[in-house]
Design a protein around this ligand. Sequence first.
Ligand code: ZN
Length: 206
Amino acid sequence: MTRPPDHGGLSPTNPRGQTGWIEVISGSMFSGKTEELIRRLRRAQIARQSVAIFKPRLEDRYSESDIVSHSQLRIPSTPVGSPDEILQHADEADVIGIDEAQFFQQEIVDVARELANRGKRVVVAGLDKDFRGEPFGAMPELMAEAEYVTKTLAICMQCGEPANFTQRLTSDERRILIGETDLYEARCRRCYEPPVEKGNHFKDPT
Ligand code: ZN
């Protein structure tokens, strides 16, 4: 992987030569990803660091421009149509928060890397797997690029064990469905049932 020539040194985009890094917070739905993102960003704000927060424009549930967790924590954010827009808006910030990163195009990886190379702390939250149990969007690459990865677990809504899967409760096959609480459940590995069209080849057919 080639690095921009300014990586780690003094340059117009990183005048103080600080070291940036990437943190990824990832897990199933109902695992508290957004709460954890908001907690980290608030603490940066309390330390009087300048914080900028972005989310994909399609994600408009609850609030047009705030990031809101299920527990109603909220923080103002800028909806953007593409990862490039984050670069255009992030110059003044020390800390960049990105929510629902699984919905961004693959370029989100280059954008996160570029921001970290400019000396910024980048905190990314997103779903690690879609409802089929497959890696979601650019999350695998973001986790590979990150210095710190936090996997958040929900509690299985069937049995109470740690839950790492998102079960869709409807047969709608579109990948993105907004309006979650009645359409999805957090499930553990044992209770999770993959969609039938793909099947689980390793499960006992009985
Ligand atoms: Zn379970």
